[in-house]
Structure formats: C-alpha cells, structure tokens
Write a protein that binds this ligand. Sequence first.
Ligand SMILES: [Zn+2]
Ligand SMILES: [Zn+2]
Length: 433
Amino acid sequence: MPRLFLLLLLVAVLALTGFGLNMSGSPGELAAQSPKSLTWYKGNLHTHSHWSDGDDYLENIALWYRDQGYEFLVFTDHNVLADSEKWVVVEKTKGGQKAYEKLQANFPDWIDERTVDVQLQIRLRKFDEVVAKLDVPDSFLLIQGEEISDSFHRHPIHMNVSNVQELVVPRHGDSVFETMQNNVDAVVSQRKLTGQPMIIHLNHPNFGYAVSAEDIMKLQGEKFFEVYNGHPGVHNTGDETHASTERIWDIVLSQRLGRLDLPLMYGLAVDDGHNYHSIPSRASEPGRGWVMVQAASLTPKSLIESLESGQFYASSGVTLASFGHTEKEMSVEVQPEPGETYTIEFIGTDRDTPLDGEPILNDDGEPLAVTHRYSPKIGRVLQTTEGTSATYEFQGTELYVRAKVTSSADHNNPSEIGDKKSAWVQPVTIPAR
Ligand SMILES: [Zn+2]
Ligand SMILES: [Zn+2]
C-alpha cells in the first residue's frame, strides 16, 4: 500500500509540475493541457456574393459552406452590407442562369422574383434573412462583414471587418500606411461605440503589390493579415522584386517586437471566393484557405476572443490534431492523411539579428515602393522535423517563434502553381532568458 501511495504521489507531482509533459515532449499530452471546453471551429473570413462582385446568391454560398463542413462564414462584400432592398436582373448578374438554377434547386419555395420589362429579377436576400434560414445553433454560424475597399493612388487597400454592425465607408489617407490606419481606427471606434466585438484584418498585401512590410509594421489596433488568400491574382509567394506574404510576416513580427514595441500580428488563410460554379478552375473559388479556431462556443464573441489570443491556425489543406506552447516549448501534431508526409518548421528571429533594411532600387537607382531587403536571419528556420509531430524547445534568444507545416501533397485546388497543402501556427513571444 505505501508503495502504491508513493507512486500516486509521484504521478501527481509530475503532473502538477508539468515535468512529465516536458520529459515526454508529446504534443498529444500538450494538447490535453488545453481546456477541455474548447471546440474546433472551421471558418472562412472572406466571401463575395451578388451583393458586390461574386457570382452567386448569399443563400447558395452559405449552403455550400455548410455542406462542406464549415462552422462559420463571414460575408465580406465590397463596401456594402446585405441590409437593404436590392433587386437584380438575373441575366445581368455575374452568376447569370447558373446561379438562378442553383437557387431553384436549393430553395425552390424561397425565391423572391418578378418580371420587369420581360426581364426576370430576383430580390437579393438580406443578411438577416439568410441567417434565419441557414444558421444552425452550435453548428453553423453566419457573420456579417464587409471588405472595406479603399485605395491610395493606384494601390488597392482592402481590409475586412468581421462582425461589423454598421457599414464602414472607406476612410482614405495620405499614404498607404495612413489609409490602412484610418480604416483600422474607424473599426476600433465602432467597436468601442457599439460594444460589439469585431475585428479588422489586412487583406492580400501583395494584390497589386500595394502594401509593403514597412507599411504594415507600424499599424496599431490591427492584429491580423492574410498570409494566404485563395484568389489567383494576389501573389502570395511574391516574385524577384516583391517579398512573399510569409516573408512580410516575419519582417513585420521582427520589427514590431524588436524595435517598435508593438504586439504580434497573426496570419490568416481565407478564400476570397468570387466564383462558385466551376470548382476546381483557375478562378477565385471557395474552399482553398480557412482558419481553425479553438473557441468556447460558436458565437462571434467567442470566436473573436480566440482569434485575438492566437488560439487558431490557418490552413490551406493540412489539419492539426493539436498545437500549443508552454513557457519552454512549442509543439505541433498533424492529423495525417493517407499517402502524405509532413515537414514541420519552427521559424523565428533571434534578438541579436540586425533589423535594418535596404530599399530595393530600380534601374535608375531610385527606391521602389516595395518591401525592403533585410537580413536572411529574419524569420530563419530554427528547426525542421520530418514527421507528424514535433516539439521545439525555446532558447530564450528568440523574439518570437511560429510554426509552419507543409504536406508532401499538392494543394487540392491551387491558386498558384506549386502550392502545397500547408498550415500556419501563430507566433508567440519568447521571454528572454
Ligand atoms: Zn480585396
Ligand atoms: Zn475580397
């Protein structure tokens, strides 16, 4: 009996100190630490419809996402909320006859139509109507959003607001940075005034190569940007002159933490869906990128709380069984798919890395308005593991550490040639030792 008691005591002490966890280093055990009450929710934060330049009706789009196993979806049409009476001529919509036939098949008794001057018109459903029809408590949630579509000179500056209450009219500004900051401030102030939780994120920084790392790094009150956007025209991977969105992320994180005394910025994966009638194709179809959020419940408030605390990962095809970190280490465990192998990279920047950048010059020696060149040690790979689980032990010399998982398999419906299925675990700051 005393021996059993001692054994139980030892187990209890190990469990309490977390010693067992660190000894085993098993991510499965690490995951067991996270509160049992949290549930995984899959969602897309970037969606277009007939309310702006998408080619389908809100209700068809919502049904598609629900059928595909998503738990939440944010409608983000350009500079408009689906809250007014709006009629469209079927033949003049982007979706035309195809979208109308889909509507007839999906909602035969729920189409508001009329004929004016021998043209068939449809009344676009308002957000609230679609919610009443398609929301399912605890299993599918629609969220009102907007793509605030602003610009500075010829630079498109698009920012999504999720769970917005009132339309945000683009605020403009005297620079790329100021344009973004003014729109962020508008959302922060609406949140304060209404008390409704809402988040703004920067969309596709490389669309039109409009936004550089130097513009993003100074933003205040903004915690998210799209590291992966499924639209084929947004240059996630950059080119010879332009940094990739992942490179931008590491530069921004290093500057914010190492120099500007600003908080982390998190990376999202989104669809930016516009084209819903031919999947796969080379257009901007749904299903390419999403976030997996661990939240207490399927409500905007709860999802936003988890997003803001980094309790999520972004994915373009890889599912994680768990991820997490303690003060000492970060762990990732993949939920493997048959026939796929995985590379897990831990990425970060050391505190002593030089943070100065150099502008990139054109042929005449003038600086280009693109992300500067920085030390390759910014966002260096700290550890690579081939397999389905990995743990990285913090050295105490890193400003931050994040993780990326890349599958051996191609993306199911790549937006850029060569895309592999991937997942991005959010960065954490490392206390100096
Ligand atoms: Zn956009
Ligand atoms: Zn968009």
